[in-house]
Design a protein around this ligand. Structure first.
Ligand SMILES: *[C@@H]1O[C@H](CO)[C@@H](O)[C@H](O)[C@H]1NC(C)=O
Length: 205
């Protein structure tokens, strides 16, 4: 059970199994250009993501991005496991995948537990920095198959009641092959989420 939860965090990190698709990784996804890292920092709520078995029974999933002293990005993921109501969290590190180009692409290498940042495994397909971010990545796993990750992040625990914004997100998902029937929705108002900020953090082993 515990390692299951661990892998929820791994998933947010892109280290564990995402969702397997019977298709090769798409090469035509739109990745945000001219990425402004500092505007992207701060707290994001996970609203939906591709299903993975180890993510069952967790809610209140958030990701918080800040800067380490060396300029790399601190990734602080936390979630409440509904089976015991405890708050679990993990710290990671992200760096821009290709920092030495004129027009920065929103591709990051994220790793946890001090692993090397040697995989471009966190791509921001689009964000307005203030409301939403679509994050995706894909790993070929042989044959015509792929392991995909996707999260819809929001600055608020629910998406604003803004039809234009919702249409835009729906269009982005469609254009990038994000499939609704593989999604699970994260609840931020579940009983277990209450006072999340006051819960004592459980350290990952
Ligand atoms: C990020 O990972 C890619 C491999 O996917 C590698 O080519 C690149 O050098 C890495 N970037 C950094 C800054 O380590």
């Amino acid at each position: 059970m515990f390692s299951y939860y661990l892998c929820l965090l791994c998933a947010l990190l892109g280290l564990a199994q995402g969702t397997i698709f019977e298709r090769p990784c798409r090469s035509d996804v739109t990745v945000l250009q001219d990425f402004q890292v500092d505007k992207y920092l701060g707290l994001w709520y996970d609203l939906e993501h591709y299903e993975a078995s180890f993510e069952q029974n967790t809610d209140c999933v958030t990701a918080e991005y800040s800067r380490y002293e060396d300029g790399s990005i601190r990734v602080f993921n936390s979630a409440v496991r509904l089976t015991d109501g405890l708050l679990y969290a993990v710290d990671g590190k992200a760096v821009l995948s290709y920092p030495d180009v004129d027009m920065l692409e929103a591709k990051l290498n994220v790793s946890f537990y001090g692993a090397p940042n040697d995989e471009s495994n966190y791509w921001v397909l689009d964000t307005d920095y203030e409301n939403y971010a679509l994050v995706w990545s894909c790993e070929p796993i042989g044959g015509e198959r792929s392991l995909e990750y996707y999260w819809l992040l929001s600055r608020t625990p629910t998406m604003p009641e803004d039809e234009e914004l919702r249409d835009k997100i729906a269009e982005l998902k469609q254009a990038n092959g994000i499939v609704d029937d593989e999604l699970i929705i994260t609840e931020h108002f579940a009983e277990g989420c209450k006072n999340k900020r006051h819960k004592r953090l459980q350290k990952m082993p």
